[in-house]
Write a protein that binds this ligand. Structure first.
Ligand code: 1CP
Length: 336
């Protein structure tokens, strides 16, 4: 598919992780029409509408396809449920069963709705806006597959690095293949930019990062390039602190999203000027607003002067964030 634009062709673009869903009243209203979260994710009109809502509200530069990183285990046949207020819950399975999971035609059909939604969003989105497709990085997705939920801090997953590393690596391989397919299909359907969320990078100790974090993500990126996917790829390894610099050296991507706990000044000093960064306002600051928001917005603008940069948060937009704060932040970034 021919794309007019991608995120790197927009001057200092602005968007927010988790901009769709969560804080918008129009999303909550729409969400009420469907029962389970997955029913919502696999309903064409709901996905199209919720992906476009933040663009209509804020006229920001990028839309992200409404979906979730846990559609991948679902696609592999693991039962996934979302309970309101408790987050996701995945069927408890042994490693052997996890490794035996296979894509089923029924599940693939469901995901076709996401790809159809991407085509529809692309036709409805102004041609100067970017459309982002995404998936979770293999380690982060495996954390949910192994532990079933995030309540115990992924103790089983951490334990598998120590005691079942070979099994874990086989699971990561499986997720690499499925993620390449899923991202390539999003690209072919009209996403001009792709993002890989590694929300739980910080759980992996230094000596295992090469095998558990870097290598699977590198394989996804090279697999996509082999399939002629030309979209810029944003990676978001959250929680590495200063380890982000080693990550940048090891994983060649187009953009690195920096989390809110990492000092942007320090990252900028530590990497070459042509490394493109995204982020990293603390979502709490956006939620609270006031003077602190103004100061932080001016600070990030100054920090990235003279660099190519993507304005965003250092993690997802929080559900209680007032809409007026989001408007204020965008206004400062664009006009002050
Ligand atoms: O009923 C609801 O509305 C459920 C809330 C919800 C929403 C709105 C979930 C459940 N997922 C989503 C959408 C979603 N998730 C998007 C698309 C919307 C957008 O970006 O605006 C994206 C990109 C995600 C990504 C995602 N899901 C991540 C990575 C980013 C991050 O926040 O670290 C992770 C870890 C998930 C898992 C997940 N899905 C849902 C929840 C509540 C969680 C977190 C669970 C936990 O760890 O406890």
């Amino acid at each position: 598919m021919y794309m007019d634009i991608n995120i790197l062709q927009i001057d200092k673009p602005i968007w927010f992780m988790r901009q769709a869903g969560r804080h918008l009243p129009e999303y909550r209203k729409l969400r009420l029409k469907k029962g389970s979260f997955l029913d919502f994710c696999f309903d064409l009109d709901s996905v199209v509408e919720s992906s476009l809502q933040p663009i209509r509200r804020y006229d920001i530069d990028c839309a992200i396809v409404f979906s979730d990183i846990l559609v991948v285990p679902f696609l592999l046949g693991q039962k996934v449920s979302f309970y309101k207020g408790h987050g996701p819950n995945l069927e408890s399975l042994s490693f052997k069963s996890l490794l035996n999971l296979k894509k089923t035609d029924i599940k693939i059909k469901k995901l076709e709705i996401s790809y159809e939604a991407i085509k529809r969003v692309r036709t409805l989105l102004n041609s100067n806006k970017s459309l982002i497709g995404f998936c979770g990085a293999p380690w982060t997705v495996s954390c949910y597959m192994i532990d079933g939920n995030s309540r115990s801090g992924f103790s089983l997953s951490k334990d598998s690095i120590k005691n079942k590393k070979l099994d874990l690596e086989l699971l990561l391989e499986k997720l690499v293949d499925t993620s390449i397919d899923h991202l390539a299909k999003q690209y072919e359907s009209g996403c001009d930019t792709l993002m890989i969320f590694e929300s739980w990078a910080g759980l992996v100790d230094q000596k295992n990062r090469k095998d558990i974090l870097y290598s699977p993500v590198k394989k996804i990126i090279s697999g996509l390039r082999e399939r002629n996917v030309k979209a810029p790829i944003i990676v978001f390894p959250k929680g590495l602190g200063r380890g982000i610099v080693e990550y940048i050296k090891n994983v060649v991507a187009d953009v690195y999203s920096i989390d809110y706990e990492t000092d942007m000044d320090w990252v900028i000093k530590s990497v070459k000027k042509d490394i493109i960064l995204q982020g990293n306002l603390n979502p709490e600051v956006l939620l609270r607003g006031g003077n602190k928001l103004v100061q932080e917005a001016l600070k990030i603008k100054k920090q990235v002067e003279g660099r190519q940069h993507i304005f965003n948060l250092g993690h997802g937009l929080l559900p209680q964030t007032p809409i007026s704060n989001v408007h204020k932040y965008i206004e400062i970034l664009r006009n002050y």
